[in-house]
Design a protein around this ligand. Structure first.
Ligand code: CO
Length: 211
């Protein structure tokens, strides 16, 4: 049996050799403390790797990925990553990046049960219902998925802004939050809402007192 994973180990050996050939100090720098400027929250989809699609190198982006790039307030994994990135690493930007044609978003429009992930995708169904007036009018399925992908990114940016961690950093003007969508058909990223004050779209009930 051909061990297909050997391709990855061979790729790793070649990559490590090439890095040193191009930049002899590359790994010496890597063992120093990491100081990334960006936290990337993206989809687990194998076609949207944060570093590759942005041309970034190791050490530049702190990454969290899950199915359909959701910010769920009971997700201890995401909350831990978020707090560590903002408070300890002191990232300057959080990039919430979705992608057109997202399988997770598409599945949320269906009535098929896939198992545990049903509970995860229910978060997107809730978003659909809140935006049903707009989405119900889109008859083409692909167009509907892509619009829901954009709305989902905006809603997840809002979810980030509902956390005390992000609100405090925004108040102190040490952090910016961005909503992006990656297009798999041409490799381009669209910046959805590069706004100075993403908190303005969050209902006041979510805003914590400053301290
Ligand atoms: Co996806």
């Amino acid at each position: 049996m051909i061990k297909s994973y050997n391709k990855l180990l061979e790729g790793n050996r070649k990559w490590a050799t090439d890095q040193v050939a191009n930049d002899p100090d590359f790994f010496k720098r890597m063992i120093l403390v990491q100081k990334p400027d960006y936290l990337w929250i993206g989809c687990s989809d194998s076609r949207v790797p944060a570093e590759s699609v942005t041309g970034a190198t190791p050490g530049e982006i702190f990454v969290h990925r899950n199915i359909a790039n959701l910010v769920v307030h009971t997700d201890l994994n995401l909350l831990s990553v978020l707090e560590f990135a903002v408070k300890v690493l002191k990232v300057r930007h959080i990039i919430l990046c979705g992608h057109y044609g997202c399988g997770g978003v598409k599945s949320s429009l269906e009535n098929i049960s896939y198992g545990y992930v049903d509970n995860w995708l229910r978060n997107i169904k809730e978003i659909y219902v809140r935006h049903a007036e707009e989405l119900d009018h889109i008859t083409d399925l692909e167009a509907k998925v892509d619009r829901l992908v954009e709305i989902n990114v905006i809603e997840q940016v809002k979810n980030l802004c509902k956390t005390k961690i992000v609100q405090k950093a925004l108040d102190e003007k040490v952090l910016q939050v961005h909503g992006w969508v990656y297009n798999m058909q041409n490799g381009r990223i669209k910046d959805l809402n590069d706004i100075d004050d993403p908190l303005q779209d969050v209902h006041p009930i979510f805003k914590y007192e400053r301290n």
